[in-house]
Design a protein around this ligand. Structure first.
Ligand SMILES: *Cc1c(COP(=O)(O)O)cnc(C)c1O
Length: 357
């Protein structure tokens, strides 16, 4: 039996830790839970799980089309947007081809590139931000896909419309540009790109959105891609027909109709972010400005030791050692109670874990 080299190379994803009795602020989930309308839809759909799901996600795509002012042909749905990252790589990459992204970004891009038989090249960041000039400079003969995460996970930083326009002008239509906007609903920066407007002129841009974050449906596994119908047609060819199950389709469709839940979630995050940022400032810990529902900060101590200490005190967060940030952690915003618990556990942990040299 022969196992592909690219598969041997894959480093398994390490999910955020869940601990009994501890607050989980490790995976950027919605602390308010799912919309009650989504839950009701799941209960109703459960009675019909003897039937296969709708392979075309017809109702969900119709609801997405209405929300975005596009046609259903502009959408592809996935078992989480993670799966659509794979469609992008499968559709564009042959053995030996390359994808490009930034260092300190979402690990699924590398996973998808390797699974498709290719490799990943990483541009350096500048002050915790994607450096689109450095990324453009890595785009070469064998590059097929560029993954841009905006706002970026795990740093929380973003790039603006001007930087994206100049990047797209440089790379033209030679490569697929994936704009992963999993946290778009939390953004308040005025110069954040209007990526949907790009679709009128560009066939090589794919926008990714998810129901896992502000919609509070991470466990349902449903996300979507928006692109030119021609691009979507290629991606659809790589898709297993029943990739989005019927409960997930029902939940997502209902969630789109509950704008009030989204608004509450956005407001809770805005409050929580200010509380946590002030707390980190008071403790003198450097952080990057966040446009998302999480904050990335430098504890000045070994991040694994800090992670363990904070977990023992009752909150799980994400240590960022695998991103090469050996003293940094990422905390998701929670409810007010959870945010306060985090700050108090952090303050206590700082007293017990020795400063890194
Ligand atoms: C959470 C997240 C996603 C969404 O993943 P799903 O598969 O839809 O749950 C996509 N991209 C980034 C950068 C994320 O952080």
């Amino acid at each position: 039996m022969k196992i592909r080299e690219g598969v041997k190379d894959i480093v398994p994803y390490s999910p955020g830790k869940k601990k009994d009795g501890a607050h989980k602020l490790a995976s950027n989930e919605n602390p308010l839970g799912p919309s009650p309308a989504a839950l009701a839809a799941v209960r109703a759909a459960a009675a019909e799980v003897n039937f296969y799901p709708d392979a075309g996600s017809t109702a969900l795509k119709a609801a997405l089309a209405a929300k975005h002012g596009l046609s259903p042909a502009h959408f592809v749905t996935g078992n989480g947007s993670d799966e659509i990252i794979q469609f992008a790589a499968w559709a564009c990459m042959d053995n030996g081809d390359e994808a490009v992204t930034s260092e300190c970004s979402f690990s699924e891009y590398t996973f998808a590139a390797k699974l498709a038989g290719g490799t990943m090249r990483y541009a350096p960041m500048r002050e915790g931000r994607f450096d689109l000039d450095a990324i453009a400079a890595l785009v070469g003969e064998r590059t097929r896909v560029v993954f841009l995460c905006n706002p970026n996970n795990p740093t929380g930083t973003y790039f603006g419309a001007a930087a994206l326009d100049s990047f797209l002008a440089k790379v033209g239509d030679r490569v697929l540009v994936v704009l992963d906007e999993a946290y778009k609903e939390y953004v308040d920066a005025q110069d954040y790109p209007d990526s949907q407007a790009l679709l009128a002129t560009r066939k090589n841009v794919l926008i990714l959105r998810t129901f896992s974050k502000i919609y509070g449906l991470a466990g349902m596994r449903v996300g979507y891609g928006i692109g030119h119908p021609e691009l979507i047609g290629w991606l659809e060819k790589t898709r297993e027909p029943f990739n989005v199950n019927s409960l997930a389709q029902a939940a997502a469709t209902a969630a789109l109709g509950d704008a009030a839940h989204v608004e509450r979630s956005r407001a809770l995050n805005a409050e929580g972010k200010v509380l946590i940022e002030r707390g980190l400032d008071r403790l003198g810990l450097p952080r990057w400005p966040s446009q998302s529902n999480f904050i990335c900060f430098d504890s000045g101590r070994d991040c694994m030791a800090m992670f363990e200490a904070i977990m023992e005190l009752g909150v799980t967060v994400r240590p960022l050692r695998s991103f090469g940030l050996s003293t940094w952690l990422r905390v998701s915003t929670g409810t007010r109670e959870q945010n306060e618990a985090f700050l108090s556990c952090l303050e206590r942990a700082l007293k017990t874990v020795p400063a890194a040299k």
